[in-house]
Write a protein that binds this ligand. Structure first.
Ligand code: GLY
Length: 337
C-alpha cells in the first residue's frame, strides 16, 4: 500500500501514475473537493523558457522533459484546456526591451518588431516596442486538470489532514503536500505568495498567451476559449493570503498597458496562492528514507512539472529507478537538506 500525502496537482498526478501501473494507492488531503491548492490559483502556462531562468542549472532540462510529456498527459485526462497556440513575449518600453532581450537571447527566440507581434495578436497595444513568438510554450487549465485527476482517482482520496507521517498506515509514503511538506519533513520549503486575477469578456480578444513587461511590471495573460483571461502574478516572499491594492494595481496596470481592450472586461476573481519555493527553486524529488519519498517544492512550475514528477516518482517507488534527474533534484542536495 502506498499513501500519497497531498491532493494537489502533483500528488494526484503521482497517484494516477501509480494506479495506472497497478499499485494500491490512497491520497490524503484535508479538503479533497476544495480549492485551497496552488493549482486553483495557477494560470497553467507550460513555458520552460519563461519560468526557469537563472535558477537550478538543470531546471530548464527538467521543464523541457516534462513539456514533452504534456500532450500524452493531457490526452489521457480528456478536455483540460490544453491549447497549443503558443506564447508571445512582449516588451512595452525600450527599458523593458533591454531586460527582456536578455532572456529571449538565452531562449534563442527570433526577435519581432512591435508591428510584427501585433500582426499575430491585433489586441496588443501599438505602443509595444518588440516581442518574440514561442510556439512551443503552451497552456492548460489547472482547474480542469485537477477535476479530471480527481475523477480518475474517485474512491481513492481520503479527507484527512496528516500532521505526522507516522499516522499513516502504508509501506511507502509519498509527501507531495506543497508548502505543507516543510512541516511534515523538515525540508526547506517556503511560501512564495502570488496574487492572480481573472477577467472575463467576449471570447477571442487574445489567442496567444502573452508574457510581457510594461514599465518594469511583469505580467502574463492566459486566455481561455470561453473568454476568461488569467492575469498573473505577483511574486512576494511572504506567506499571508491578503490580496493587496498594490498587487492588483500593478497587475491591472501592466495588463491594460499591453492590451488596452481589457478595460472592458469584468474582473471576476482575485486569488492568492503560495508557490512552494526551495533554496535553489528547483523541486525536491526523491527518497528521504526507506519508507518516505518527497515530491515537492515545484515553485513556479507545479503545473508544467506534474507529468515528469509523476513518472519519476512512480518509477522510483515501483522499480527503484535511478534516473539522473533524481540525482539533480535530490532532496539532500546542497542547501536543500
Ligand atoms: N508559473 C507562473 C507563476 O508561478 O506565477
Amino acid at each position: 500500500m502506498i499513501a500519497v500525502i497531498g491532493g494537489g496537482i502533483i500528488g494526484l498526478s503521482i497517484a494516477r501514475s501509480l494506479r495506472a501501473r497497478g499499485a494500491e494507492v490512497t491520497v490524503y488531503d484535508p479538503e479533497p473537493d476544495g480549492t485551497g491548492g496552488a493549482w486553483h490559483v495557477a494560470a497553467g502556462m507550460l513555458a520552460p523558457g519563461r519560468e526557469s531562468a537563472f535558477e537550478h542549472p538543470r531546471l530548464e532540462s527538467l521543464l523541457e522533459a516534462s513539456l514533452a510529456l504534456w500532450p500524452e498527459f493531457a490526452a489521457g485526462l480528456g478536455d483540460v484546456g490544453y491549447d497549443t497556440t503558443g506564447t508571445l513575449g512582449v516588451a512595452l518600453t525600450a527599458d523593458d526591451h533591454v531586460e527582456a532581450a536578455r532572456e529571449w537571447r538565452h531562449q534563442k527566440l527570433q526577435p519581432l518588431t512591435g508591428s510584427q507581434v501585433r500582426d499575430r495578436e491585433p489586441a496588443l497595444s501599438p505602443r509595444i516596442r518588440a516581442g518574440v513568438h514561442a510556439p512551443h510554450e503552451v497552456q492548460a487549465d489547472p482547474r480542469r486538470v485537477v477535476a479530471a485527476l480527481r475523477r480518475a482517482l474517485a474512491g481513492r482520496i481520503v479527507a484527512r489532514r496528516i500532521t505526522d507521517l507516522g499516522e499513516v498506515a502504508a509501506d511507502t509514503v509519498v509527501v507531495a503536500a506543497g508548502c505543507g511538506t516543510a512541516a511534515l519533513t523538515g525540508l526547506p520549503i517556503r511560501p512564495v505568495k502570488g496574487q492572480v486575477l481573472r477577467l472575463r469578456g467576449e471570447p477571442g480578444l487574445l489567442r496567444h498567451v502573452i508574457d510581457g513587461s510594461a514599465d518594469g511590471r511583469h505580467v502574463y495573460l492566459v486566455p481561455r476559449a470561453d473568454g476568461e483571461i488569467v492575469v498573473g502574478a505577483t511574486q512576494e516572499e511572504r506567506g499571508d493570503s491578503a490580496a493587496t491594492a498594490g498587487g492588483v494595481h500593478d497587475l491591472l496596470r501592466a495588463a491594460l498597458d499591453l492590451v488596452p481592450g481589457l478595460a472592458e472586461h469584468t474582473l471576476t476573481e482575485i486569488t492568492v496562492g503560495h508557490r512552494p519555493g526551495t533554496p535553489d527553486n528547483g523541486p525536491l524529488l526523491g527518497r528521504l528514507d526507506a519508507r518516505t519519498v518527497v515530491a515537492a517544492g515545484h515553485h513556479r512550475n507545479g503545473i508544467l512539472l506534474a507529468p515528469i514528477t509523476a513518472r519519476l516518482v512512480a518509477d522510483l517507488v515501483l522499480t527503484g529507478s535511478d534516473d539522473p534527474f533524481l540525482d539533480d533534484f535530490a532532496p539532500g542536495r546542497n542547501g536543500c537538506a
